[in-house]
Every structure is written in structure tokens, then in C-alpha cells.
Write a protein that binds this ligand. Sequence first.
Ligand code: HEM
Length: 226
Amino acid sequence: PTPDPTSGQTGGFAALLRTATAQEHQEAEQSGFMGNLLGGRLGVEAYADLAAQLWFVYAELEAAGEALAGHPLVGRFVDPALFRREALERDLAHLRGTSSWRQQPPLPATEAYTARLRQLADEWPVGYIAHHYTRYLGDLSGGQIIRGIAEKTWGFDRKGDGVRFYVFEEIGNPAAFKRGYREALDRVGAELGEIEQWRVAEECRRAFRLNTALFQDLGDRYPLSA
Ligand code: HEM
């Protein structure tokens, strides 16, 4: 792998994943739905819809994680301190009323996303690492920006109901956690070899595109110009 000399990192697996997905990250960040949501142009209903779709994603991500907890490489990343499903359920109960949020069906993009997660758990567990990285490191990074905007835009209590998804109560120091996570990625990368590292990087791009497709589906429901 050729690391991006501007990334300020050494050329390990973590740096590969970051540089390989830079373009896809930008596209996800700049999707119309995200732009409108974070620009304060959408109501709390759109925010709740996103949470409802993410519930399906995290239910699958974390069920697969539990199934893979004993895997020699993948299991190193599976950490209940990261689990978001219950936090989403608390947010949704607040946003939607106690149980009515369960009536929301998954969008087609959400179904495609969860189907891919299931397939990887069955057929290529190492590829699951790409999805774990894409969601949880994102939540620990840009997720914190989203939380601040959501609190301000829709008046949620700071780190309270409505934004618990973005609050990692059991992770005291997110920056330190991310450093440790990248070190774990680098160690796994060394065991995988170069070809498999590139396959995982490709799966990371796919993971980002699955997220962008979800934003697209949600955006179709809330058509505003970006
Ligand atoms: C990292 C912002 C959307 C996945 C970051 C960082 C920022 C950021 C500022 C850098 C943190 C750092 O250097 O430590 C945002 C904003 C978003 C957004 C504002 C939405 C408007 C997303 C989405 C995903 C994602 C949709 C994927 C589902 C990631 C990942 C990283 C990251 C995996 C870690 C990169 C690495 O250090 O390896 N994001 N992001 N982000 N973001 Fe996002």
C-alpha cells in the first residue's frame, strides 16, 4: 500500500483504510440529506427516521459482532462498550413514543446494508472489520459534531435522550480509544498480508457507499435542495 504522505500517519493498515475511503467519506458527508439535516433545514422527524434506520443497521452489526466474538482476528474489535443498539432504543422511545418506533420498516438501502453484514458474518468474517471500523470510528469522530448540532437544532438535553446514540458512556477518552483501535488495526493488518488488506479496504469503500445510499433513500423522503 502507498500511504498518503499528507495523512500524517505511517503506512499501516489503519492509514490505508483512512486514505482508501477519503473520497467516499467526503461523499457521505456531502450527501443532500446529511447537509440538510446538519444545516438545520429538516425537522426532528427526519432525524428520528435516520435513528430508526440505524437501529436495523446496529442490530445486525452487533448480532454479527457477538457471533464473531470468538474469531481470532475479528473478535479483537468486538467490544460491548461500543454497542449502540440500546442507546438507539432509548433515543427512539424518546423521539417516537415508547414502542411505536418498532413499527417503522427498513428502507431498501437499509435492507441491502444489513444483508451485506449478514453475508460477511457467514462468508468472510474479516470483511466485517471494514464495517465495524466505518461505523464506530465514524461515530466516535464526526458523530460528535452531529450530536452537538442535534442538541442545538432540536433542543435535546446535552448527551441526553435523543442523542444517546452519539454518547459512548463507557468510553472515557474517545481520542485514546481511537488511537488504540488504529493500533489494533495495524496489528491485524500485519497478520492479514497486503492482498487481504486491500480487500478489506475495498469493503470499507462499500460500507461507506451503503451509508450514502441510506442517506439517499432518506433524502428521497425529505426532498429539499442541498
Ligand atoms: C472521521 C466528520 C460522516 C465515517 C471523521 C473526522 C471528522 C468527521 C471531522 C475526523 C476525526 C479524526 O481525524 O480523528 C464527519 C461529518 C460527517 C461524517 C461532519 C457527516 C456530516 C461520516 C459517515 C461515516 C463516517 C456517514 C460512515 C458511515 C468516519 C470514519 C472516520 C471518520 C470511519 C475515521 C477515519 C480514520 O481516522 O480512520 N469524520 N463525518 N463519517 N468518519 Fe466521519
